[in-house]
Design a binder for this molecule. Sequence first.
Ligand SMILES: [Zn+2]
Length: 101
Amino acid sequence: MKVVYTNENSFLVNNIKNIIEAQEIEVFIKNEYAQGAVGEIAAFDSWPQLWVVNDADYDRAMELVNSPLNSEDNIEWHCQGCAEVNDSSFEVCWNCQREKA
Ligand SMILES: [Zn+2]
């Protein structure tokens, strides 16, 4: 088992978990409820950690963690032909097939 992701924010850890699970990779979260009590500062090693069960899945899981889909590059773009909004994964406008500028 290996850690693929850890973050102070368990919402983000759960988000990555969902993305990886969608690829049928078995993962689990450690420390999800181990955050410090109110008033304490959570130590780094008590952050929620996302683990892959099978080491063989580690590389694929890391690719998903580092995927552009999870970064701020994932922004919609506006077609210069018809002004429709397109998902960042589209290379051409869904409406008029004009190429992404
Ligand atoms: Zn268009």
